[in-house]
Ligand binder design. Structure first.
Ligand SMILES: *Cc1c(COP(=O)(O)O)cnc(C)c1O
Length: 382
């Protein structure tokens, strides 16, 4: 089976991990610091806080921005459930903004309309969470301007988008957002096994997330209420978690980050190949946007008979997948009152979307096999 995505691990990565195993630190230590500083440099962010998953990073980002009971966050229905769930873990509510069917990203016109209507009822979301679907950045400048106008905060769910660029600047620089979140799950662009990061230019937000990542405890005398009673002394200032990344994971993440450029170039090359090789196949190809360079986490085509094509591709050994079942249609969210028809563009998008294999170690012959299987299964449909 050719998977839709997979990690690329080489000897460098293995050596980096093995080195940590014989060092003094296994969990959060010097490798975590090195990974954070390299991430910040690469993405032009002053602060990078790494944690054990993007889900944890989203949770900490929302908490740092004060999301709690009585608040609402808005995101896209075309995302992984974690984007929304993290807000529920803060005690907040979730609502959605429909997508632009061309990109799969939050439709900024729909966002503007919804803000206008909600402002009339005095109900502005505390945080809006655009998701850079498939690695294609959302139009952040417009979203950032709406944030200033209406007074909400912005967290970018860039789980798909490390290495992508917006207006020729790296995603993660938070030029139009408060915090940007990455995922290092093996299926994403670079991996640390499990892992995630929250990047920000705001020292206060970074400090808050660092503290919450480790039980809400500080050992920094500056942040303490009382004078340190001795070298052992620490204070718990808030209710935090154990969301730490290990040094083992950070060493892998850092080694992978060194190859980010190479990975993105290969993904872009594969995407360009798909564009040309599929141009005569009756499927809709992913759109591009002038203001952005995608990291190509996913290559999503739209096919008329999705179930037929999905089954035929899987039977041919091609590990296609579907991104995503709209979050509001999940039973858990329906029980909160969402219904089919609430976000029609997202629902239409889901009905025809098919992610075909794309990963940096994909070979020429693997790609040709995917193209051939897609041609056959599309023409075999009704
Ligand atoms: C993968 C993903 C997440 C969750 O990432 P984890 O690191 O697995 O917690 C969140 N949002 C989106 C859009 C994702 O693709």
């Amino acid at each position: 089976m050719i998977p839709y995505g997979r990690q690329s691990i080489d000897q460098d990565d293995i050596d980096a991990v093995v080195e940590v195993l014989s060092s003094e630190f296994l969990t959060q230590g010097p490798a975590v610091e090195r990974f954070e500083s390299a991430l910040g440099d690469r993405c032009k962010a002053t602060h990078a806080v790494v944690v054990n998953s993007a889900t944890s990073a989203l949770h900490l980002a929302y908490l740092a921005l004060g999301v709690g009971r009585g608040d609402v966050i808005w995101t896209s229905p075309i995302t992984f459930v974690a984007t929304a769930n993290a807000a529920l873990h803060c005690g907040a509510d979730v609502d959605f903004v429909d997508i632009d069917p061309g990109s799969g990203n939050m439709d900024v016109d729909a966002l503007e309309r919804k803000l206008h209507e909600s402002a009339a009822h005095g109900k502005i979301p505390r945080v809006v969470v655009p998701v850079h679907f498939s690695g294609l950045p959302c139009d952040m400048e417009r979203i950032g301007k709406l944030a200033n106008e209406y007074g909400f905060r912005v967290v970018e769910d860039a789980s798909h988008a490390i290495g992508a660029r917006y207006l020729d600047e790296p995603v993660g620089n938070c030029a139009w957002s408060d915090i940007t979140v990455f995922s290092f799950h093996p299926v994403k662009i670079i991996t640390s096994g499990e892992g995630g990061a929250a990047l920000t230019q705001d020292a206060g937000l970074a400090q808050c997330m660092r503290e919450l990542r480790s039980h809400g405890v500080t050992r920094d005398p500056q942040g303490m209420e009382s004078a340190a009673e001795g070298g052992w002394y620490y204070e718990q200032r808030s209710l935090g978690f154990n969301y730490r990344l290990t040094d083992i994971q950070a060493a892998l993440g850092l080694s992978q980050l060194n190859k980010l450029e190479e990975f993105i170039l290969r993904r872009r090359e594969l995407a360009n190949n798909y564009d040309s090789r599929l141009s005569s196949v009756p499927v809709q190809l992913p759109q591009r946007r002038q203001y952005a360079d995608s990291s190509w986490h996913l290559y999503v085509v739209h096919v008329p008979e999705r179930k037929h094509v999905f089954d035929a591709m899987r039977a041919a050994g091609i590990g296609v997948n579907v991104h995503y079942i709209p979050v509001h249609l999940q039973p858990f969210y329906r029980a909160k009152g969402f219904r089919a028809g609430d976000f029609p563009e997202a629902e239409k998008f889901y009905a025809h979307a098919l992610s075909i294999p794309l990963f940096s170690s994909m070979t020429e012959s693997e790609q040709l096999a995917v193209v051939e299987a897609l041609e056959e299964s599309v023409s075999g449909g009704r």
